[in-house]
Design a protein around this ligand. Structure first.
Ligand code: PMP
Ligand code: GLU
Length: 398
């Protein structure tokens, strides 16, 4: 066969989070005794009120192309809701609706960086960030964060990165974070926003988990704490996690109007527009979904507590306490030698082979000593998964 694949495509592998999620579902469908705590995806069904909004939209015939940047009522509703929530003023011309927050981030990167530009990515990072930058010809500059700073970007680390000869074009920031569930405190975000403002670089603030915070943690957006940084910042959010709408694919971006214009221009050529029916469903979520959103958040909080209690009795592991999102990122490296795993991928292969448990290797997030569990699962699945993990850890602990 002729060798037609581009060099660029050859270097791109599928998303580990999505492929392992598909693998767990496939094994279960085959009737295998497998538990998967893989994708960051609420197990709840989309609330009925949202589904009804979508059904009505179909009946009204809202089944055609929409403007590339999204339907006017949704852009207006996002502008109004987030102006209120963030305490800064957004107009509809600063809002771009996209095919999931993933695509919003991709559009933002397109609008903010050129090939060769560097983008600061904080490790542990969400698996798609470095690939998105690379696809666009940019260079991910991975900033490794450790236990020492609670996996947070400090002002010292940030300033050091900015003092290097090549200035990064943007910082990709995510709080609450995937995969570690880190929630930055108010004053920490304020300090980072100040440095962004001084330095003139762009900030992409991925706030997709904004509503999922627990145990007293609170979400803050850099633009609310330092409104002057608004024009340098693209705030990303959406309905996937907060309203159990992952498969509907609707993300929101808030950006300075020229940046928003370019993001929409890119989207116009890349996908045409986001799905029409899903946009109407997202509008319903914004207008009438708050009770369901809070109910689901409360359930996640209970599951997080259950998960934490079960993890606390397992030997030879360590993990940062998550304040948000729905993940536990667990250091299992003390078990590697005894179970004969060279890295997190081999460790996860063994967990699956021996215990029928599928989780995500930390290597996919730039932290090869760790594995990621999602607690967006039923209590029953959490208990079954942790029975298996505990068996495994006890077997290989010294
Ligand atoms: N950012 C982070 C940190 C995520 O974990 C996800 C998960 N999918 C996304 C963005 C993308 O969300 P969406 O499903 O809306 O594309
Ligand atoms: N963001 C989720 C995760 O990390 C969903 C899968 C994906 O899009 O990566 O599991």
């Amino acid at each position: 066969m002729a060798d037609v694949i581009s060099k660029r495509a050859r270097n791109l592998d599928p998303s580990v989070t999505l492929s392992l999620t598909a693998k767990a579902k496939e094994l279960k469908a085959k009737g295998e005794n497998v538990v998967g705590l893989t994708a960051g995806e609420p197990d709840f069904d989309t609330p009925d009120v949202i589904k009804e909004g979508a059904i009505e939209a179909i009946r009204r015939g809202e089944t055609k192309y929409t403007p590339a940047e999204g339907i006017a009522p949704l852009r207006k509703a996002v502008a109004e809701a987030y102006s209120k929530r963030l305490g800064v003023s957004y107009t509809a011309s600063e809002i771009v609706i996209s095919h999931g927050a993933k695509h919003s981030i991709y559009n933002a990167l397109f609008a903010l960086m050129d090939p060769g530009d560097e983008v600061l990515i904080l490790s542990p990072y969400w698996t798609s960030y470095p690939d998105m930058v690379k696809i666009l010809g940019g260079k991910p500059r991975i900033v490794e964060l450790t236990k020492k700073t609670d996996f947070k970007l400090t002002t010292e680390i940030f300033r050091k990165q900015l003092s290097r000869k090549k200035k990064p074009k943007a910082l990709l920031f995510n709080s609450p974070s995937n995969p570690a569930g880190i929630v930055y405190r108010k004053e920490e975000i304020e300090a980072i926003a100040k440095i962004v403002l001084e330095s003139g670089i762009a900030l992409i603030s991925d706030e997709i988990y904004e509503y999922l915070t627990y145990s007293g943690s609170e979400h803050y957006s850099p633009v609310s704490l330092l409104p002057q940084v608004k024009d340098q910042t693209v705030v990303i959010t959406g309905v996937s996690k907060s309203y159990a709408m992952t498969g509907w694919r609707v993300g929101f971006a808030m950006a300075e109007k020229d940046v928003a214009y370019r993001m929409a221009a890119f989207q116009a050529h890349a996908t045409g527009c986001p799905n029409s029916v899903s946009q109407w469903a997202a509008l319903e979520a914004l207008q009438n979904g708050a009770d369901d959103r809070e109910r689901m958040r409360g359930e996640f909080e209970k599951r997080k507590e259950l998960f934490g209690k079960r993890l606390a009795r397992i030997p030879s592991i360590w993990y940062p306490e998550p304040g948000g999102a729905f993940y536990y990122l667990v250091d299992v490296s003390k078990l590697y030698k005894k179970c004969n795993a060279k890295n997190s991928f081999e460790f996860c292969d063994k967990l699956l082979a021996e215990q029928g448990l599928v989780v995500i290797p930390g290597g996919a997030f730039g932290c090869d000593k760790m594995i990621r569990f999602s607690f967006a699962a039923s209590e029953n699945d959490i208990n079954r998964a942790l029975d298996r993990f505990e068996n495994f850890a006890r077997k290989y602990s010294s």
